[in-house]
Write a protein that binds this ligand. Sequence first.
Ligand code: NAD
Length: 291
Amino acid sequence: MTIQKVGVVGAGQMGNGIAHVFALAGYDVLMTDVSQEALDKAVKLIEGNLARQASRGKIDEDEVAAAMGRISCTLSLADLGQTDLVIEAATERESIKQAIFEDLQPHLKPDTILTSNTSSISITRLASRTDRPEKFMGFHFMNPVPVMQLVELIRGIATDEPTYKALHEVVEKLGKTAASAEDFPAFIVNRILMPMINEAVYTLYEGVGSVKSIDESLKLGANHPMGPLELADFIGLDTCLAIMNVLHDGLADTKYRPCPLLTKYVEAGWLGRKTQRGFYDYRGETPVPTR
Ligand code: NAD
């Protein structure tokens, strides 16, 4: 299986990072989104992030230009039919992801590999609704993609060995490290990380600590580089809530109950950094706790 052309669906936080690392590693990238604004924003962000890497001496100017030259955008999902590998990185909602794969299917080459960057949704279930469950995998990048070393590889029940090997090779070509996880709710990283974040929100909800004291406690007391609420804002509170719901529904254990305060922030549209407000308000020069 030769992979050269890569399609990225969803040009949000993850989609732009994924496009960035693939283009830098020499792949041709075709990115799509339902919003032209999201595509324009993603291209600008990638350019800025590549320039920052160049200013730090991590890559040279020629690599920036070459990487940008390998990225193109389209509003038409059908255009991704010509790619060898599709990475779906749209909003964490199963109905959205399912519709994307359904709409894409008639346009695909027979051996195109399909993947989802989902943080929690069943790979086996997403795969079962396509015409190629054996060529379908979970391909879970971490945020921010250009910085984080790990990629979780999740086989669905039907995934075949050549598909797994092809993606393992891609991870190596990107200079990252693969970890295999079984297809159970939220896989490895988020199965452990998200209940911790949810517990931090409960700690806030029950008045045990303020946003500032909770984040400082985990940074200074557990040596975490970011506090859990700061991290939740970085991930996106809608994504955090969606993952907790998948854990709660999928494992049917009350220990995964999403905190009502997390739900409240999402209801308010305070989704974290991406909407400029979450557990912190980012509209000024320095982030200000909102509780
Ligand atoms: P985001 O909200 O930043 O971006 C989602 C993008 O998907 C938006 O630009 C939206 O316009 C687009 N979109 C929605 N419906 C679409 C459709 N039908 N077709 C094409 N594009 C569509 O979200 P994100 O943080 O980038 O998360 C994307 C995926 O990556 C989710 O599955 C999430 O669970 C996963 N993920 C997120 C993180 C994180 O830290 N945020 C980390 C790893 C994986």
